[in-house]
Design a protein around this ligand. Structure first.
Ligand SMILES: Cc1cc2nc3c(=O)[nH]c(=O)nc-3n(C[C@H](O)[C@H](O)[C@H](O)COP(=O)(O)OP(=O)(O)OC[C@H]3O[C@@H](n4cnc5c(N)ncnc54)[C@H](O)[C@@H]3O)c2cc1C
Length: 466
Protein backbone atom coordinates (compact mmCIF):
# COMPACT_ATOMS: atom_id res chain seq x y z
CA UNK A 1 0.00 0.00 0.00
CA UNK A 2 1.33 3.43 -0.87
CA UNK A 3 1.64 5.60 2.21
CA UNK A 4 0.03 9.05 2.32
CA UNK A 5 2.43 11.93 1.89
CA UNK A 6 1.92 15.58 2.68
CA UNK A 7 4.58 18.18 2.00
CA UNK A 8 5.19 21.72 0.85
CA UNK A 9 6.22 22.77 -2.62
CA UNK A 10 8.35 25.50 -1.18
CA UNK A 11 8.50 28.86 -2.96
CA UNK A 12 12.13 28.93 -1.72
CA UNK A 13 12.85 26.08 -4.14
CA UNK A 14 10.34 26.51 -6.99
CA UNK A 15 9.12 29.64 -8.75
CA UNK A 16 5.37 30.47 -8.56
CA UNK A 17 4.88 29.54 -12.23
CA UNK A 18 6.57 26.16 -11.73
CA UNK A 19 4.35 25.47 -8.68
CA UNK A 20 1.23 26.34 -10.70
CA UNK A 21 2.20 24.00 -13.56
CA UNK A 22 3.08 21.23 -11.11
CA UNK A 23 -0.42 21.28 -9.66
CA UNK A 24 -2.02 21.62 -13.09
CA UNK A 25 -0.12 18.59 -14.41
CA UNK A 26 -1.39 16.25 -11.71
CA UNK A 27 -4.64 16.21 -13.65
CA UNK A 28 -3.05 13.97 -16.31
CA UNK A 29 0.34 12.83 -14.98
CA UNK A 30 0.84 9.69 -12.83
CA UNK A 31 4.00 11.22 -11.27
CA UNK A 32 4.19 12.68 -7.77
CA UNK A 33 4.11 16.46 -7.39
CA UNK A 34 7.78 16.42 -6.43
CA UNK A 35 8.70 14.51 -9.58
CA UNK A 36 6.65 16.80 -11.81
CA UNK A 37 8.19 19.90 -10.21
CA UNK A 38 11.73 18.57 -10.58
CA UNK A 39 11.19 17.91 -14.29
CA UNK A 40 10.05 21.46 -14.95
CA UNK A 41 12.09 24.54 -15.76
CA UNK A 42 10.97 28.18 -15.90
CA UNK A 43 10.92 27.89 -19.71
CA UNK A 44 8.81 24.72 -19.87
CA UNK A 45 6.43 26.20 -17.29
CA UNK A 46 6.06 29.36 -19.37
CA UNK A 47 5.27 27.22 -22.44
CA UNK A 48 2.63 25.30 -20.47
CA UNK A 49 0.97 28.52 -19.30
CA UNK A 50 1.01 30.03 -22.80
CA UNK A 51 -0.77 26.94 -24.11
CA UNK A 52 -3.24 26.14 -21.32
CA UNK A 53 -3.88 29.30 -19.31
CA UNK A 54 -3.57 31.89 -22.06
CA UNK A 55 -4.46 29.77 -25.11
CA UNK A 56 -7.24 27.46 -23.83
CA UNK A 57 -8.49 29.65 -20.98
CA UNK A 58 -7.76 27.16 -18.18
CA UNK A 59 -7.30 30.23 -15.98
CA UNK A 60 -7.79 28.56 -12.59
CA UNK A 61 -4.28 27.06 -12.91
CA UNK A 62 -2.89 30.57 -12.30
CA UNK A 63 -4.45 30.53 -8.81
CA UNK A 64 -1.60 28.29 -7.62
CA UNK A 65 0.98 31.04 -8.30
CA UNK A 66 0.86 33.37 -5.30
CA UNK A 67 2.60 36.74 -5.01
CA UNK A 68 3.15 39.21 -2.19
CA UNK A 69 3.22 42.76 -3.48
CA UNK A 70 4.40 45.70 -1.37
CA UNK A 71 2.81 48.97 -2.48
CA UNK A 72 4.00 52.18 -0.84
CA UNK A 73 3.14 55.87 -0.86
CA UNK A 74 0.02 55.73 -2.96
CA UNK A 75 -3.22 57.55 -2.20
CA UNK A 76 -5.97 55.98 -0.15
CA UNK A 77 -8.18 56.65 -3.15
CA UNK A 78 -5.96 54.37 -5.26
CA UNK A 79 -5.97 51.76 -2.48
CA UNK A 80 -9.76 51.58 -2.87
CA UNK A 81 -9.43 50.49 -6.47
CA UNK A 82 -6.85 47.85 -5.51
CA UNK A 83 -8.95 46.50 -2.64
CA UNK A 84 -12.03 46.24 -4.83
CA UNK A 85 -10.47 42.95 -5.97
CA UNK A 86 -12.18 40.79 -3.42
CA UNK A 87 -10.25 37.56 -3.79
CA UNK A 88 -6.94 38.96 -2.55
CA UNK A 89 -5.66 39.70 0.99
CA UNK A 90 -4.62 43.14 2.22
CA UNK A 91 -3.12 44.94 5.18
CA UNK A 92 -2.69 48.69 5.07
CA UNK A 93 -1.42 51.54 7.18
CA UNK A 94 -3.98 52.38 9.85
CA UNK A 95 -5.39 55.86 10.45
CA UNK A 96 -5.85 54.87 14.08
CA UNK A 97 -2.41 53.70 15.15
CA UNK A 98 0.05 55.80 13.11
CA UNK A 99 1.14 59.40 12.90
CA UNK A 100 0.83 61.09 9.52
CA UNK A 101 3.58 62.95 7.70
CA UNK A 102 1.95 66.23 6.77
CA UNK A 103 3.45 66.41 3.30
CA UNK A 104 2.66 62.82 2.44
CA UNK A 105 -0.12 63.15 -0.09
CA UNK A 106 -0.66 62.60 -3.79
CA UNK A 107 -0.98 65.48 -6.20
CA UNK A 108 -2.59 63.83 -9.20
CA UNK A 109 -0.76 64.16 -12.54
CA UNK A 110 -4.05 65.36 -14.15
CA UNK A 111 -3.47 68.69 -12.34
CA UNK A 112 -0.03 69.29 -13.87
CA UNK A 113 -0.14 72.76 -15.42
CA UNK A 114 -3.79 73.20 -14.34
CA UNK A 115 -4.84 76.52 -12.71
CA UNK A 116 -6.52 74.59 -9.82
CA UNK A 117 -3.34 72.75 -8.82
CA UNK A 118 -2.23 75.31 -6.24
CA UNK A 119 -5.72 75.52 -4.70
CA UNK A 120 -5.78 71.70 -4.50
CA UNK A 121 -2.45 71.64 -2.65
CA UNK A 122 -3.44 74.51 -0.38
CA UNK A 123 -6.67 72.74 0.60
CA UNK A 124 -4.95 69.43 1.33
CA UNK A 125 -2.28 71.21 3.37
CA UNK A 126 -5.01 73.01 5.33
CA UNK A 127 -6.58 69.62 6.13
CA UNK A 128 -3.26 68.17 7.29
CA UNK A 129 -2.48 71.25 9.37
CA UNK A 130 -5.96 71.22 10.95
CA UNK A 131 -5.47 67.49 11.65
CA UNK A 132 -2.11 68.17 13.34
CA UNK A 133 -3.59 71.08 15.33
CA UNK A 134 -6.52 68.95 16.49
CA UNK A 135 -4.32 66.35 18.18
CA UNK A 136 -3.23 68.33 21.28
CA UNK A 137 -6.66 69.67 22.40
CA UNK A 138 -8.41 66.32 21.86
CA UNK A 139 -5.56 64.43 23.55
CA UNK A 140 -5.82 66.75 26.59
CA UNK A 141 -9.47 65.78 27.08
CA UNK A 142 -8.77 62.07 26.72
CA UNK A 143 -5.79 62.34 29.11
CA UNK A 144 -8.15 63.78 31.70
CA UNK A 145 -10.57 60.91 31.20
CA UNK A 146 -7.89 58.22 31.20
CA UNK A 147 -5.14 59.44 33.55
CA UNK A 148 -1.61 58.10 33.48
CA UNK A 149 -1.11 54.90 35.47
CA UNK A 150 1.60 54.64 38.07
CA UNK A 151 5.07 54.37 36.47
CA UNK A 152 3.59 54.61 32.96
CA UNK A 153 5.91 56.33 30.45
CA UNK A 154 4.65 59.10 28.13
CA UNK A 155 4.86 56.69 25.17
CA UNK A 156 3.01 53.86 26.90
CA UNK A 157 0.27 56.23 28.10
CA UNK A 158 -0.17 57.67 24.62
CA UNK A 159 -0.23 54.19 23.05
CA UNK A 160 -3.00 53.21 25.45
CA UNK A 161 -5.22 56.22 24.80
CA UNK A 162 -4.19 57.24 21.27
CA UNK A 163 -7.06 55.67 19.32
CA UNK A 164 -9.54 57.52 21.56
CA UNK A 165 -8.54 60.95 20.27
CA UNK A 166 -7.12 60.05 16.85
CA UNK A 167 -10.48 58.42 16.02
CA UNK A 168 -12.00 61.90 16.08
CA UNK A 169 -9.08 63.71 14.38
CA UNK A 170 -8.90 61.22 11.52
CA UNK A 171 -12.11 62.70 10.07
CA UNK A 172 -9.84 65.43 8.64
CA UNK A 173 -7.53 63.14 6.64
CA UNK A 174 -8.15 63.33 2.89
CA UNK A 175 -8.29 60.48 0.38
CA UNK A 176 -5.09 61.89 -1.16
CA UNK A 177 -3.11 60.87 1.97
CA UNK A 178 -0.28 58.48 1.32
CA UNK A 179 -0.68 54.95 2.58
CA UNK A 180 1.10 51.63 2.20
CA UNK A 181 -0.66 48.37 1.47
CA UNK A 182 0.58 44.80 1.37
CA UNK A 183 -1.31 42.64 -1.10
CA UNK A 184 -1.21 38.86 -1.31
CA UNK A 185 -2.86 37.58 -4.46
CA UNK A 186 -2.73 34.71 -6.85
CA UNK A 187 -1.83 35.40 -10.46
CA UNK A 188 -5.42 34.99 -11.67
CA UNK A 189 -6.74 37.68 -9.29
CA UNK A 190 -3.73 39.82 -10.06
CA UNK A 191 -4.34 39.67 -13.79
CA UNK A 192 -7.93 40.76 -13.29
CA UNK A 193 -6.83 43.52 -10.87
CA UNK A 194 -4.26 44.83 -13.36
CA UNK A 195 -6.88 44.91 -16.14
CA UNK A 196 -9.20 46.97 -13.94
CA UNK A 197 -6.40 49.30 -12.87
CA UNK A 198 -5.23 49.89 -16.43
CA UNK A 199 -8.83 50.84 -17.35
CA UNK A 200 -9.29 53.23 -14.40
CA UNK A 201 -10.21 56.90 -14.97
CA UNK A 202 -7.36 58.13 -12.69
CA UNK A 203 -3.79 58.33 -14.02
CA UNK A 204 -2.35 57.37 -10.59
CA UNK A 205 -4.27 54.07 -10.61
CA UNK A 206 -3.28 53.30 -14.21
CA UNK A 207 0.37 53.95 -13.34
CA UNK A 208 0.14 51.68 -10.28
CA UNK A 209 -1.39 49.00 -12.54
CA UNK A 210 1.63 49.26 -14.87
CA UNK A 211 4.06 49.04 -11.94
CA UNK A 212 2.29 46.07 -10.38
CA UNK A 213 2.36 44.34 -13.76
CA UNK A 214 6.07 45.01 -14.10
CA UNK A 215 6.83 43.77 -10.57
CA UNK A 216 4.67 40.66 -11.04
CA UNK A 217 6.28 39.81 -14.36
CA UNK A 218 9.59 39.28 -12.57
CA UNK A 219 7.97 36.38 -10.69
CA UNK A 220 5.27 35.19 -13.10
CA UNK A 221 6.50 36.20 -16.54
CA UNK A 222 3.67 34.52 -18.45
CA UNK A 223 0.62 34.79 -16.22
CA UNK A 224 0.09 38.57 -16.19
CA UNK A 225 1.83 39.33 -19.49
CA UNK A 226 -1.38 39.85 -21.45
CA UNK A 227 -3.20 42.00 -18.87
CA UNK A 228 -4.28 45.15 -20.73
CA UNK A 229 -6.90 47.90 -20.36
CA UNK A 230 -10.44 46.69 -21.02
CA UNK A 231 -12.62 48.79 -23.35
CA UNK A 232 -15.75 47.27 -21.82
CA UNK A 233 -15.01 48.92 -18.43
CA UNK A 234 -14.28 52.36 -19.92
CA UNK A 235 -17.18 52.47 -22.33
CA UNK A 236 -19.74 51.05 -19.92
CA UNK A 237 -18.70 53.52 -17.23
CA UNK A 238 -18.94 56.47 -19.63
CA UNK A 239 -22.37 55.51 -20.99
CA UNK A 240 -23.98 54.59 -17.67
CA UNK A 241 -22.53 57.71 -15.96
CA UNK A 242 -24.18 59.88 -18.62
CA UNK A 243 -27.62 58.31 -17.97
CA UNK A 244 -27.10 58.37 -14.23
CA UNK A 245 -26.25 62.09 -14.18
CA UNK A 246 -29.24 63.04 -16.34
CA UNK A 247 -31.90 60.71 -14.91
CA UNK A 248 -31.86 61.43 -11.19
CA UNK A 249 -30.91 64.41 -9.05
CA UNK A 250 -28.46 63.81 -6.17
CA UNK A 251 -30.39 63.23 -2.94
CA UNK A 252 -29.28 64.38 0.48
CA UNK A 253 -29.17 61.76 3.25
CA UNK A 254 -32.36 61.20 5.18
CA UNK A 255 -33.22 58.87 8.06
CA UNK A 256 -30.46 57.20 10.02
CA UNK A 257 -28.28 56.19 7.06
CA UNK A 258 -29.14 52.48 7.26
CA UNK A 259 -32.08 51.47 5.10
CA UNK A 260 -32.92 47.84 4.48
CA UNK A 261 -34.32 47.67 0.95
CA UNK A 262 -34.94 44.00 0.56
CA UNK A 263 -34.85 40.67 2.35
CA UNK A 264 -36.27 37.19 1.95
CA UNK A 265 -39.15 36.88 4.45
CA UNK A 266 -38.86 33.07 4.31
CA UNK A 267 -35.11 33.06 5.03
CA UNK A 268 -35.38 31.85 8.65
CA UNK A 269 -37.35 28.81 7.60
CA UNK A 270 -35.00 28.17 4.67
CA UNK A 271 -31.94 28.31 6.92
CA UNK A 272 -33.49 25.97 9.49
CA UNK A 273 -34.63 23.59 6.73
CA UNK A 274 -31.19 23.62 5.09
CA UNK A 275 -29.58 22.86 8.46
CA UNK A 276 -31.70 19.70 8.79
CA UNK A 277 -31.17 18.85 5.10
CA UNK A 278 -27.40 18.95 5.65
CA UNK A 279 -27.54 16.12 8.16
CA UNK A 280 -30.40 14.08 6.64
CA UNK A 281 -31.39 12.34 3.42
CA UNK A 282 -34.67 14.11 2.67
CA UNK A 283 -35.45 16.50 -0.17
CA UNK A 284 -35.26 20.22 0.63
CA UNK A 285 -39.02 20.55 0.12
CA UNK A 286 -39.61 17.91 2.79
CA UNK A 287 -37.30 19.70 5.23
CA UNK A 288 -39.02 23.01 4.52
CA UNK A 289 -42.50 21.55 4.97
CA UNK A 290 -41.41 20.08 8.29
CA UNK A 291 -40.07 23.42 9.54
CA UNK A 292 -43.24 25.18 8.38
CA UNK A 293 -45.34 22.66 10.33
CA UNK A 294 -43.64 23.65 13.62
CA UNK A 295 -44.88 26.29 16.02
CA UNK A 296 -42.68 29.22 17.09
CA UNK A 297 -41.28 27.49 20.20
CA UNK A 298 -40.38 24.38 18.24
CA UNK A 299 -38.59 26.44 15.59
CA UNK A 300 -36.81 28.35 18.36
CA UNK A 301 -35.54 25.04 19.72
CA UNK A 302 -33.99 24.17 16.36
CA UNK A 303 -32.51 27.68 16.12
CA UNK A 304 -31.00 27.14 19.58
CA UNK A 305 -29.42 23.90 18.42
CA UNK A 306 -28.08 25.64 15.28
CA UNK A 307 -26.57 28.70 16.99
CA UNK A 308 -26.74 28.30 20.75
CA UNK A 309 -23.30 26.72 21.12
CA UNK A 310 -21.50 29.23 18.92
CA UNK A 311 -18.23 30.23 20.63
CA UNK A 312 -16.73 33.71 20.39
CA UNK A 313 -14.43 32.82 17.49
CA UNK A 314 -16.66 30.24 15.78
CA UNK A 315 -18.14 30.74 12.33
CA UNK A 316 -21.81 29.71 12.07
CA UNK A 317 -22.70 26.86 9.72
CA UNK A 318 -22.74 27.66 6.01
CA UNK A 319 -26.52 27.14 5.87
CA UNK A 320 -26.93 30.70 7.19
CA UNK A 321 -26.09 31.72 3.65
CA UNK A 322 -29.60 30.74 2.45
CA UNK A 323 -30.69 34.34 3.08
CA UNK A 324 -30.05 37.78 1.65
CA UNK A 325 -30.41 41.37 2.78
CA UNK A 326 -29.89 44.48 0.65
CA UNK A 327 -29.08 47.81 2.33
CA UNK A 328 -28.75 51.36 1.05
CA UNK A 329 -26.19 52.76 3.47
CA UNK A 330 -24.75 56.18 4.18
CA UNK A 331 -21.63 56.28 6.27
CA UNK A 332 -18.63 58.54 6.70
CA UNK A 333 -15.69 57.79 4.44
CA UNK A 334 -13.64 56.54 7.42
CA UNK A 335 -16.28 53.93 8.21
CA UNK A 336 -16.48 53.01 4.53
CA UNK A 337 -12.72 52.32 4.48
CA UNK A 338 -13.44 49.62 7.06
CA UNK A 339 -16.72 48.39 5.60
CA UNK A 340 -15.12 47.83 2.18
CA UNK A 341 -12.75 45.27 3.69
CA UNK A 342 -15.62 42.80 4.08
CA UNK A 343 -14.82 41.02 0.85
CA UNK A 344 -17.46 38.34 0.72
CA UNK A 345 -20.43 40.64 0.37
CA UNK A 346 -21.50 42.52 -2.76
CA UNK A 347 -20.85 46.26 -2.42
CA UNK A 348 -21.49 49.17 -4.79
CA UNK A 349 -20.01 52.42 -3.43
CA UNK A 350 -20.71 55.73 -5.14
CA UNK A 351 -17.79 58.03 -5.91
CA UNK A 352 -16.34 60.13 -3.14
CA UNK A 353 -17.94 63.55 -2.95
CA UNK A 354 -18.74 66.37 -0.52
CA UNK A 355 -22.40 66.50 -1.57
CA UNK A 356 -23.72 64.31 1.26
CA UNK A 357 -22.31 66.47 4.05
CA UNK A 358 -19.95 65.58 6.90
CA UNK A 359 -19.89 64.43 10.52
CA UNK A 360 -18.48 66.50 13.38
CA UNK A 361 -17.43 64.22 16.27
CA UNK A 362 -18.35 65.26 19.80
CA UNK A 363 -14.72 65.22 20.94
CA UNK A 364 -13.92 67.94 18.40
CA UNK A 365 -16.69 70.08 19.92
CA UNK A 366 -15.65 69.29 23.48
CA UNK A 367 -12.06 70.26 22.63
CA UNK A 368 -13.30 73.64 21.41
CA UNK A 369 -11.97 72.79 18.00
CA UNK A 370 -15.23 72.93 16.07
CA UNK A 371 -14.43 76.21 14.32
CA UNK A 372 -11.15 75.20 12.64
CA UNK A 373 -12.73 71.80 11.85
CA UNK A 374 -15.71 73.36 10.10
CA UNK A 375 -13.53 75.91 8.30
CA UNK A 376 -11.38 73.10 6.88
CA UNK A 377 -14.42 71.07 5.82
CA UNK A 378 -16.01 74.12 4.16
CA UNK A 379 -12.75 74.90 2.32
CA UNK A 380 -12.73 71.33 1.00
CA UNK A 381 -16.34 71.63 -0.17
CA UNK A 382 -15.51 74.78 -2.12
CA UNK A 383 -12.40 73.38 -3.82
CA UNK A 384 -14.17 70.07 -4.41
CA UNK A 385 -16.93 71.82 -6.40
CA UNK A 386 -14.39 73.61 -8.61
CA UNK A 387 -12.35 70.49 -9.36
CA UNK A 388 -15.44 68.27 -9.76
CA UNK A 389 -16.71 70.61 -12.49
CA UNK A 390 -13.54 69.75 -14.40
CA UNK A 391 -13.14 66.09 -13.34
CA UNK A 392 -15.30 64.49 -10.59
CA UNK A 393 -12.94 61.51 -10.12
CA UNK A 394 -10.06 63.87 -9.42
CA UNK A 395 -12.06 65.86 -6.89
CA UNK A 396 -12.37 62.64 -4.85
CA UNK A 397 -8.72 63.01 -3.73
CA UNK A 398 -9.70 66.01 -1.61
CA UNK A 399 -12.47 64.36 0.35
CA UNK A 400 -11.61 63.71 4.00
CA UNK A 401 -12.83 60.78 6.12
CA UNK A 402 -15.57 62.87 7.74
CA UNK A 403 -17.70 63.21 4.60
CA UNK A 404 -20.56 60.84 3.95
CA UNK A 405 -20.60 58.19 1.27
CA UNK A 406 -23.43 56.09 -0.16
CA UNK A 407 -22.98 52.31 -0.55
CA UNK A 408 -25.37 49.64 -1.73
CA UNK A 409 -24.61 46.26 -0.14
CA UNK A 410 -26.06 42.78 -0.32
CA UNK A 411 -25.04 40.07 2.12
CA UNK A 412 -26.34 36.96 3.82
CA UNK A 413 -26.85 36.21 7.51
CA UNK A 414 -23.51 34.43 7.86
CA UNK A 415 -21.66 37.50 6.54
CA UNK A 416 -23.85 39.72 8.72
CA UNK A 417 -22.75 37.77 11.82
CA UNK A 418 -19.12 38.47 10.98
CA UNK A 419 -19.63 42.13 10.07
CA UNK A 420 -21.90 43.07 12.97
CA UNK A 421 -19.97 41.28 15.72
CA UNK A 422 -16.52 42.40 14.55
CA UNK A 423 -17.49 45.98 13.84
CA UNK A 424 -19.69 46.51 16.90
CA UNK A 425 -16.84 45.44 19.20
CA UNK A 426 -15.69 47.97 21.77
CA UNK A 427 -12.32 48.47 20.08
CA UNK A 428 -13.91 49.30 16.70
CA UNK A 429 -14.15 52.91 15.51
CA UNK A 430 -17.35 54.55 16.80
CA UNK A 431 -18.91 55.29 13.39
CA UNK A 432 -18.57 51.73 12.04
CA UNK A 433 -19.94 50.51 15.39
CA UNK A 434 -23.00 52.64 14.78
CA UNK A 435 -23.49 51.14 11.29
CA UNK A 436 -22.99 47.57 12.58
CA UNK A 437 -25.50 48.12 15.40
CA UNK A 438 -28.10 49.62 13.07
CA UNK A 439 -27.73 46.81 10.55
CA UNK A 440 -28.22 44.37 13.41
CA UNK A 441 -31.38 46.20 14.53
CA UNK A 442 -32.83 45.87 11.01
CA UNK A 443 -31.97 42.17 10.82
CA UNK A 444 -33.42 41.52 14.23
CA UNK A 445 -36.68 43.20 13.26
CA UNK A 446 -37.23 40.73 10.39
CA UNK A 447 -35.40 37.61 11.59
CA UNK A 448 -35.35 37.72 15.41
CA UNK A 449 -35.07 33.97 15.83
CA UNK A 450 -31.67 33.70 14.15
CA UNK A 451 -30.26 37.23 14.57
CA UNK A 452 -30.50 37.14 18.37
CA UNK A 453 -27.44 34.91 18.74
CA UNK A 454 -25.09 37.67 17.60
CA UNK A 455 -22.82 38.74 20.45
CA UNK A 456 -22.39 42.41 21.31
CA UNK A 457 -20.64 44.25 24.10
CA UNK A 458 -23.13 44.62 26.94
CA UNK A 459 -22.55 48.32 27.43
CA UNK A 460 -22.77 50.51 24.35
CA UNK A 461 -20.90 53.78 24.13
CA UNK A 462 -20.71 54.90 20.50
CA UNK A 463 -23.54 57.40 21.04
CA UNK A 464 -21.17 59.43 23.22
CA UNK A 465 -19.03 60.30 20.21
CA UNK A 466 -21.47 61.74 17.68
C1 LIG B 1 -9.23 45.38 15.66
C2 LIG B 1 -8.97 45.46 14.19
C3 LIG B 1 -7.87 46.15 13.71
C4 LIG B 1 -7.62 46.20 12.33
N1 LIG B 1 -6.52 46.87 11.88
C5 LIG B 1 -6.24 46.88 10.56
C6 LIG B 1 -5.07 47.55 10.07
O1 LIG B 1 -4.31 48.16 10.81
N2 LIG B 1 -4.83 47.51 8.74
C7 LIG B 1 -5.67 46.83 7.89
O2 LIG B 1 -5.40 46.82 6.70
N3 LIG B 1 -6.79 46.23 8.32
C8 LIG B 1 -7.09 46.23 9.62
N4 LIG B 1 -8.23 45.60 10.05
C9 LIG B 1 -9.15 45.00 9.06
C10 LIG B 1 -8.95 43.49 8.98
O3 LIG B 1 -7.64 43.20 8.56
C11 LIG B 1 -9.94 42.88 7.99
O4 LIG B 1 -9.66 43.26 6.69
C12 LIG B 1 -11.36 43.25 8.27
O5 LIG B 1 -11.64 43.13 9.63
C13 LIG B 1 -12.32 42.36 7.49
O6 LIG B 1 -12.33 41.10 8.10
P1 LIG B 1 -12.24 39.74 7.39
O7 LIG B 1 -11.07 39.69 6.48
O8 LIG B 1 -12.31 38.70 8.47
O9 LIG B 1 -13.66 39.79 6.62
P2 LIG B 1 -14.30 39.37 5.25
O10 LIG B 1 -13.53 39.84 4.09
O11 LIG B 1 -15.70 39.88 5.43
O12 LIG B 1 -14.33 37.82 5.24
C14 LIG B 1 -15.27 37.08 6.03
C15 LIG B 1 -14.59 35.79 6.45
O13 LIG B 1 -14.33 34.98 5.30
C16 LIG B 1 -13.09 34.31 5.46
N5 LIG B 1 -12.17 34.79 4.41
C17 LIG B 1 -12.41 35.77 3.50
N6 LIG B 1 -11.39 35.87 2.66
C18 LIG B 1 -10.48 34.96 3.04
C19 LIG B 1 -9.20 34.59 2.54
N7 LIG B 1 -8.65 35.16 1.48
N8 LIG B 1 -8.54 33.62 3.18
C20 LIG B 1 -9.07 32.99 4.25
N9 LIG B 1 -10.28 33.30 4.77
C21 LIG B 1 -10.97 34.28 4.16
C22 LIG B 1 -12.60 34.62 6.87
O14 LIG B 1 -13.11 33.67 7.76
C23 LIG B 1 -13.25 35.95 7.14
O15 LIG B 1 -13.38 36.26 8.50
C24 LIG B 1 -8.50 45.56 11.42
C25 LIG B 1 -9.64 44.89 11.91
C26 LIG B 1 -9.87 44.83 13.28
C27 LIG B 1 -11.10 44.11 13.76
Amino acid sequence: MTKEKIYLLSPKKYSPEVIAVTFAKTSRSPLSFQEIADELSDESSAEFHEKWVVGYGHASVAEHAVLHIAIENISRLAIESIQSNRLASYTEKSTRYQKWDLNAFVTPPELDGHPLKSEYKKTIKLLFKTYADSLAPTRAIIQERFPRKENESDEAWDRRIRARYVDACRFLLPAASHANVGMTANARVLESAIRKMLSHPLIEVRQIGEKIKEAAQNEVPTLVKYAEAVDYFNETERELSAISKSCCAPTAPSGNGVKMLDHDPAAENKILAASLYRFGEMSFTQAQQYIESLNTEERAEIAEKLLGKLGKFDIPLRELEYSHYTFDLIMDQGAYYEFKRHRLMTQTPQNLSTNLGYITPKLIQEANFERPYIEAMEAVTETYQKIAAFNPYLAGYLVPNGFNRRVLATFNLRQAYHLCQLRAAKNAHFTIRRIARKIYAELESVHPLLAKYMRFPAEETWQEHI
